[in-house]
Design a protein around this ligand. Structure first.
Ligand SMILES: NC(=O)C1=CN([C@@H]2O[C@H](COP(=O)(O)OP(=O)(O)OC[C@H]3O[C@@H](n4cnc5c(N)ncnc54)[C@H](O)[C@@H]3O)[C@@H](O)[C@H]2O)C=CC1
Ligand SMILES: O=Cc1ccc(S(=O)(=O)O)cc1
Length: 480
């Protein structure tokens, strides 16, 4: 399949003609327009919200086993179409095809896990403290229609996380994928509907992001908001949800440190670090950014890091030889340049890269910066691109303090061969997800979420499902 004709799913219909106009979807590797995306007008957003209300009543009435079976069928549909969906993902987002394929199959695994968890949404019976009470039970019920907002960096995985948990819990959803990458989400939505999710239980809209989110969060039908994206936008949406006392989950940005201990297996740590740093061109919320390396071994680490970064093959993600694709859109290139220029102006050393690649597409060189002052922008804000910062340290206490110094806490990593140090770091690093000797902290079975300004709540794992539920206590007395 080439890139599909795009449509929104509103009130049970796929719509290609909508009131909000259209916007071009661009292949970031070529800058060519590959499709026109219909945008929803306000009336259509209202239709989607009302539809989600109807869909909620239908969907929550199904048994947990029925929901599980339908979601597992959706996961199977996605697996069967994985190659075609991955191709669409690479065309609209740019990452290498092998990364897209892994993302799509992992999305199916996430859906399967949440589907199974739906059957384990246990309550409990609590012994009554007074006479005349037959039972006191604590149960979990679906929170209601959800407005879900996903970004462009993982066009399959991030919608899958939200759709899987919300639907497994019995919620209906209005999802707004990023306007840059709507095709992958559209194919996922189709897989859920084909599996038997009631048409009203799953709406997909696109439009002006701020207008859509504002409309849906304020709409009385919407009970919960789930957002993945920047800290700044997360704070805005969280505030807006809080005004209505609506539930809010935010998976926001990070600024992940990596502490390389002097006893680490350096070749192993380097190989893992390079793969993690430049995966998806660094556009990963838990991507490693600040590498803290013992001063005595700093030259060894930086020479090897730079050599490997320079050797990376950039190109169109559809070319099997490509190791790193373009950035997702033109604004990212400008932002990368600002990060680099600011660091250099403040006295950091640019060890390699630092420029846009002169060819069509939004390509930016793999970039390595050393000794960046703590007040430089790259040390304070998530670059969200192929920029690594290497910093020397003298003592492990100092490295831990530096690692924890920012108001973010999503991913944090360390490399050591000493079990005691591993536990010490695991305890001390202030982050929702800590990986010692590896970067694979995002797994369907494990909760994924941030501390501090990196977010509220978790996705995936058993915790992911709970965030789409409300607690209800039910007490039954003896009839008089
Ligand atoms: N945590 C994550 O996975 C992601 C984080 N980001 C962060 O955002 C920064 C800026 O990204 P850009 O695409 O350049 O800018 P951006 O802020 O325009 O867009 C980021 C994402 O948020 C959405 N968005 C923006 N304003 C929104 C609103 N008012 N309501 C609902 N959704 C909204 C966009 O559609 C897009 O998907 C990055 O540098 C990165 O730090 C971006 C994408 C994913
Ligand atoms: O942007 C956050 C993010 C999305 C996906 C993954 S993974 O592919 O599951 O590793 C990690 C981080």
């Amino acid at each position: 399949m080439d890139y599909p004709e795009l449509a929104l799913h509103i009130a049970g219909q796929w719509r290609t003609q909508t009131a909000g106009g259209r916007r071009a979807v661009v292949n970031p590797a070529t800058e060519e327009t590959i499709a026109q995306l219909p945008l929803a007008g306000r009336d259509e957003l209202a239709e989607a919200a009302a539809s989600a209300r109807r869909g909620f009543v239908q969907w929550r009435g199904k048994s947990a086993l029925e929901r599980c079976n339908i979601l597992r069928t959706a996961a199977q549909n996605i697996r069967e179409q994985a190659k075609a969906i991955a191709h669409v993902l690479t065309l609209e987002q740019g990452k290498p095809l092998a990364e897209s394929l892994r993302e799509v199959t992992l999305s199916a695994d996430i859906i399967d896990f949440q589907a199974e968890e739906a059957k384990r949404l246990y309550g409990r019976l609590v012994p009554p403290r007074v006479e005349g009470i037959l039972s006191q039970s604590v149960m979990r019920q679906p929170v209601g229609p959800v407005a879900a907002f996903t970004p462009w960096n993982f066009p399959a995985n991030l919608p899958a996380r939200k759709l899987a948990s919300a639907l497994a819990a019995g919620c209906s959803v209005v999802i707004k994928p990023a306007e840059e990458t709507p095709g992958t989400c559209m194919l996922l939505v189709r897989a859920f509907l084909d599996a038997g999710v009631p048409p009203d239980a799953l709406n997909m809209v696109c439009g002006d992001p701020a207008e859509v989110s504002s409309f849906l969060i304020d709409h009385p039908a919407i009970a919960k908001v789930s957002f993945t994206g920047s800290v700044a936008v997360g704070k805005l949406l969280g505030e807006q949800a809080a005004r209505h006392v609506k539930r809010f989950t935010g998976e926001l940005g990070g600024h992940a440190p990596v502490i390389v201990c002097d006893d680490a297996d350096f070749p192993f740590a380097l190989k893992q670090s390079l793969a993690a740093k430049f995966r998806n061109a660094g556009q990963v919320c838990a991507s490693p950014i600040r590498f803290y390396v013992p001063r005595a071994r700093f030259g060894e680490w930086s020479d090897a890091f730079v050599q490997a970064a320079r050797a990376l093959r950039l190109g169109d993600g559809t070319d099997p030889a490509t190791q790193m694709g373009p950035l997702a859109h033109a604004r990212r290139i400008e932002d990368m340049q600002r990060f680099v220029d600011d660091a250099v102006e403040r006295g950091a050393q640019l060890l390699c890269g630092g420029h846009r690649v002169q060819r069509p597409g939004f390509f930016f060189e793999p970039t390595v910066i050393a000794n960046a002052p703590t007040d430089s922008r790259v040390m304070r804000q998530e670059p969200f691109g192929p920029i690594a910062v290497l910093q020397p340290y003298d003592t492990l206490d100092e490295a831990i303090a530096q690692a924890n110094a920012l108001p973010y806490g999503l991913g944090a990593y360390a490399f050591t061969r000493d079990l005691h140090t591993a536990h010490r770091l695991g305890d001390a690093l202030e982050a929702g997800m800590v990986g010692i000797n590896h970067f694979g902290v995002s797994q369907p079975e494990m909760p994924f979420g941030g501390w501090k300004e990196s977010g509220i709540g978790q996705e995936m794992g058993a915790e992911g499902l709970l965030h789409y539920t409300e607690v209800k206590t039910l007490t039954v007395g003896v009839p008089s």
